[in-house]
Design a protein around this ligand. Structure first.
Ligand SMILES: [Zn+2]
Length: 261
């Protein structure tokens, strides 16, 4: 099993490495596979051994092998995060040598890497590429792999439009970007109805300190990173959140004197 986990880690840093390419090229509509990877500064094409995820950056000391200009620490960080997310997915979803579980771990791990890439793009460009949004929804439906998953994704998309309509009326201006509807659909598919609601709530709560920080500056807060974080936290600690929901449920039933098991 430990070898499988290492395999997932390596897979994760490779997918993280690919998502670095997407982060830089998708928003500027550059081709994904052409031209080959090159230094952002001197444009020298990289040799394959300059392009090994995580390790090249460390061996090159964060500098281009040709012109010695600094390479952003974002590259190895996203790669490392990719590896860790895949290991976490493996740890959470896989209990034995089971192809179905291994696939589920793969889909959810890649989903979180895609969400991370989208969050970084959203912070920079205030939007997310359609390609990543669609990929995220497909991955979460594959993860759910059930009719309920599709149903819950649609329900959460509908909830998004209702919420957006109400918020826009209340604020008297467009509230929430349309890209968020995709993340809502992911929440429904991955978490189901109850935990899905919790993840929207957690995502909204996470924006409060961020709003407090940026309130004075004229900065429009991206929403995708917070929704993605809400989805991630609730997925990771689902047992704990289910306990809390049960506690609240029983508390309300007690309040009205309704017997429960
Ligand atoms: Zn260079």
């Amino acid at each position: 099993m430990i070898f499988l986990m290492i395999f997932y880690f390596i897979l994760g840093i490779c997918i993280g490495s690919f998502s670095n390419v997407l982060i830089y090229r998708l928003p500027e509509s550059k081709s994904i596979n052409f031209p080959a990877s090159h230094c952002q500064s001197c444009l020298t094409p990289l040799k394959f051994y300059h392009n090994v995820p995580l390790f090249s950056w460390i061996f090159l000391g964060g500098k281009c092998a040709f012109c010695k200009s600094k390479i952003s620490v974002q590259y190895p960080l996203v790669e490392l995060a990719g590896g860790l997310l895949m290991v976490l997915a493996f740890y959470k979803e896989v209990n034995g040598f089971d192809y179905f579980e291994l696939l589920k771990a793969f889909f959810i791990g890649v989903l979180f890497i895609v969400l991370l890439a989208m969050s970084i793009i959203d912070f920079r460009y205030k939007g997310a590429p359609d390609l990543l949004l669609n990929t995220a929804v497909v991955l979460s439906l594959l993860y759910a792999f059930s009719f309920d998953g599709v149903k819950n994704a649609l329900i959460f998309a509908a909830i998004f439009y209702a919420l957006r309509f109400l918020l826009s009326k209340y604020k008297k201006q467009e509230a929430m970007g349309l890209a968020d509807v995709y993340i809502f659909a992911c929440m429904g598919a991955v978490l189901g109805l109850n935990l899905g609601f919790v993840s929207i709530f957690i995502g909204a709560v996470l924006t409060i300190p961020a709003y407090a920080i940026v309130a004075k500056k004229d900065y429009e807060l991206p929403f995708i990173p917070f929704l993605a974080a809400g989805l991630f936290v609730v997925w990771l600690f689902d047992d704990w959140f289910l306990e809390v929901l049960k506690f609240i449920n029983n508390f309300v039933l007690d309040l009205y004197g309704i017997p429960h098991g």
